[in-house]
Design a protein around this ligand. Structure first.
Ligand SMILES: Nc1ncnc2c1ncn2[C@@H]1O[C@H](COP(=O)(O)OP(=O)(O)O)[C@@H](O)[C@H]1O
Ligand SMILES: [Mg+2]
Length: 293
């Protein structure tokens, strides 16, 4: 099993989630192959040419920063040419990573959503959804700008926010998702302009739970789960993963005020933060699941 890591070299003692995962994977027996951080600005085939080719198709996971789709595709091909097969092929990666592609698979398990490509399409979307709505790009929301940047209470609000998201290609890739604003169980953290929910991140490989943890990087009394709550949370994660056409999937799942769970979004664990997922057990578990291939 191979880990393609965009962590700095030599690996620092302390660092971000990419460093933590790289350390944990190495300790769990993964072969770690460092790859450049600036793949988006280079030709991946050239940048990866020094990786020795091997026979067969060794399964691999990439851990790093979000690449453009073109970079993911080119990297996937360059690695395949060397006998290294990323577990998520480009189409799988893109489907779980871009919410408008994942949404058709997740209907009923996630808030109702409508995709728009221009502010002119907002009125039609609101006719289907009503107000208020939550808004995000196909990839990312503007949550770092605060809660109000993600919510529209009027048509004009919605048009302005759609335009703002479309201006950020990195967030939207040309598409904005308007979503029913659901009542998540949440509380306010004084230093943060965003309600902190009872949300969990779950990583699954081939339908099996590889790790999960509280989503928000704050200690919160909302993070504690009874065994029954944990079972229902993981059950929803498994059902959502079973609908998605990718082997390695991340699911963010939040509790509604009535105690039921909803899928907030899917993602590709190769480029998702760990939240409170413990890296050691995660990389041992991923190796065990892949080892059964
Ligand atoms: N439909 C929604 N209704 C209410 N709150 C939401 C909704 N979607 C997301 N949120 C809240 O906003 C946060 C950020 O949304 P998310 O879609 O995960 O954006 P990002 O891709 O930037 O993480 C979520 O973690 C959740 O707390
Ligand atoms: Mg999110």
């Amino acid at each position: 099993m191979i880990l393609l890591s965009q962590a700095p070299e030599p690996l620092p003692d302390d660092g971000d989630d990419i460093v933590a995962s790289t350390r944990a994977a190495a300790a769990a027996g993964w072969e770690v192959i460092p790859i450049p951080v600036d793949l988006d600005r280079r030709d991946p085939a050239e940048a990866l040419a020094s990786i020795p080719a091997r026979a067969g198709a060794t399964p691999a996971i990439w851990v790093g920063t979000i690449p453009s789709f073109a970079t993911y595709e080119a990297t996937y091909r360059a690695l395949a040419d060397r006998g290294i097969r990323l577990v998520n092929d480009p189409e799988a990666h893109r489907t779980i990573f871009e919410l408008d592609r994942a949404y058709p698979h997740l209907v009923g398990l996630t808030p109702r959503s409508v995709v728009v490509r221009s502010p002119d399409e907002v009125d039609g979307a609101l006719a289907a959804l009503g107000l208020p709505v939550f808004l995000k790009g196909a990839l990312l929301s503007r949550k770092s700008f605060g809660w109000e940047a993600c919510v529209a209470r009027t048509q004009e609000d919605a048009r302005v926010r759609v335009a703002a998201l479309l201006r950020r290609e990195y967030f939207s890739r040309g598409r904005v998702i308007l979503r029913e604003l659901v009542p998540l169980r949440a509380h306010r953290v004084p230093a943060l302009d965003f309600p902190i929910g009872r949300e969990f991140r779950v990583f699954l490989l081939d339908g099996e739970i590889a790790g999960f943890g509280y989503y928000w990087p704050y200690v919160s009394e909302l993070a504690a789960l009874t065994p029954e709550e944990e079972a229902s949370l993981l059950d929803l994660a498994r059902r959502a993963a079973a609908r998605l056409p990718a082997r390695l999937v991340s699911l963010d799942i939040g509790a509604l005020e009535d105690g039921t769970w909803t899928v907030i979004e899917s993602g590709d664990p190769q480029f998702s933060g760990l939240s409170f997922i413990a890296p050691g057990p995660l990389w041992r578990r991923l190796a065990a699941i892949l080892g059964r291939e």
